[in-house]
Design a protein around this ligand. Structure first.
Ligand code: BG6
Ligand code: MG
Length: 219
């Protein structure tokens, strides 16, 4: 039996579907640079940091630029991305996410957000979920990207809970690996083929309850 004291949620792809906005902004940059960036290519950017995403994009386009140029490109992409996320509303919270957060809190489970995104505070504000979390570990507080365990370890530290009592909800393979590297339990959100290392995989959070959590881990 594993006692669960805290849950740590990834943001993009678990609480909100921001991948579509990341994609539109990266595609705009690719077009400016003279090549097409497909949705399939975009799959490779999930869970990956902003600069690493740009490296992958440039690799797809067969281009390379000095570091300072890359910084400018990443900033430009983020400007376009911000235009999208500034329009977000609570309607964009993925099915089941808010209900699960509220139910977990009612049952005494501590809650953290663990995301690579530096835009985490803006997004949480727009979808009005900031107060649903007891702690936030994001790309502003941690530099080592997933699959490094740092973001999730930071979340556990802020909650004052030992990593072995934490369950991480993640949609990216690198995120599941990060959680395993942190010594935490995992629930993968998405496909079993991609998230095969997770303890348990569900297609989304719809219908996932406190009891589901207990039935998976408290046995
Ligand atoms: C992750 C996304 O959550 O955050 C990645 O899955 C993204 O696609 C990364 O690149 C960094 O996001 P941001 O908002 O700091 O550019
Ligand atoms: Mg994600």
């Amino acid at each position: 039996m594993v006692e669960i004291k805290a849950c740590i949620f990834d943001l993009d792809g678990v609480v909100v579907d921001t991948a579509k906005y990341h994609y539109l902004a990266w595609r705009k940059l690719a077009r400016e640079l003279g090549f097409e960036f497909s949705e399939q290519h975009n799959e490779r950017l999930k869970g990956v940091s902003r600069m690493r995403s740009l490296e992958i994009l440039l690799e797809v386009g067969g281009l390379s630029f000095p570091k300072d140029e890359m910084e400018k490109m990443a900033a430009k992409k983020n400007g376009w991305y911000l235009e999208y996320i500034m329009q977000m509303t609570p309607k964009e919270i993925l099915p089941g996410a808010k209900e699960l957060l509220e139910e977990l809190r009612r049952n005494g489970i501590k809650l953290a957000l663990g995301s690579a995104s530096k835009n985490t505070p803006v997004i949480l504000d727009k979808i009005k979920l900031t107060k649903h979390f007891d702690a936030i570990a994001d790309g502003n507080s941690v530099t080592a990207a997933k699959p490094a365990p740092d973001i999730f370890l930071k979340g556990a530290e802020l909650l004052n809970v030992n990593p072995s009592f934490c369950v991480v909800f993640e949609d990216a393979e690198a995120g599941i690996e990060a959680a395993i590297n942190a010594g935490m339990r995992t629930v993968g959100i998405g496909s079993k083929d991609i998230l095969s290392k997770a303890d348990f995989v569900v297609p989304n959070l719809k219908g996932f309850s406190y009891n589901t959590l207990l039935s998976i881990f408290n046995k």
